[in-house]
Design a protein around this ligand. Structure first.
Ligand code: AMP
Length: 216
């Protein structure tokens, strides 16, 4: 089973991806991870990608095409995969389909995590991070025991500078603008499954599992 997962920042996409990978033991295709690795290794396309990533922009499609083509031919993907953060634009989706087609494969399902702005705003603006040990809290859903102090290491908690409603609006609009054509492309194939990501994590995961198991 070849699955894509998409959803805006704060929708729980990272957590759900981890759970899917673990439960179904399928490999992960993450262009974000591949780009970060290329930057670390100072590969030529990593240097090009970094300029865009540092400015919060998408990396050009040609760069993504280059890195993904070789990856899709690797043998570990023969029994399926979970693609996360890819394809992010319509040309990427078209290229993806063409490469898969050439390999006798196709995308079986797109899991689209949906969440209302208000829910996302509450999740994101209440988020607090520990700058020393990386622990994550939420003022309402997972408060630290003592106001603004990390339970693990005692450091003062911070709020990420882009965890604001204004930044959230920008990020969501960017996500919507890029993802909509990709979703439209896959909706025409009848393979998009909208999943309500505002529910509790266990229920979201249960609903995703029902979709995946319906494919087998
Ligand atoms: P991610 O880890 O998926 O959130 O990706 C981190 C950053 O890498 C994004 O903000 C983009 O700048 C870049 N990136 C990752 N995947 C893609 C993609 N498929 N197309 C364009 N840019 C990407």
């Amino acid at each position: 089973m070849n699955i894509l997962i998409t959803g805006p920042a704060g929708s729980g996409k990272g957590t759900m991806s981890e759970k899917i990978l673990k439960r179904y033991a399928i490999p992960h295709i993450s262009t974000g991870d591949m780009l970060r690795k290329a930057i670390q290794q100072q590969a030529p396309y990593g240097i090009e990608a970094k300029k865009h990533m540092d400015n919060g922009l998408l990396v050009p499609d040609e760069v993504i095409h280059q890195i993904i083509e070789a990856r899709l031919k690797e043998k570990d993907l023969n029994n399926g995969f979970l693609a996360d953060g890819y394809p992010r634009t319509l040309p990427q989706a078209e290229k993806f389909d063409t490469i898969l087609n050439g390999l006798g494969k196709k995308v079986d399902a797109v899991i689209n995590l949906t969440i209302e702005f208000e829910v996302l705003a509450e999740r994101i603006t209440g988020r607090r991070l520990c700058p020393s040990c990386g622990a994550i809290y939420h003022t309402k859903n997972k408060p630290s025991q003592s106001d603004d102090v990390c339970d693990v290491c005692g450091s003062k908690l911070i709020q990420r500078s882009d965890d604001t409603v204004e930044q959230l609006k920008v990020r969501l609009e960017e996500h919507r603008k890029n993802t909509e054509p990709v979703l439209k492309h896959y909706r025409a194939q009848g393979i998009v499954h909208d999943v309500n990501a505002a529910l509790d994590m266990d229920t979201v995961f249960k609903n995703i599992c029902a979709i995946i198991e319906g494919l087998q």
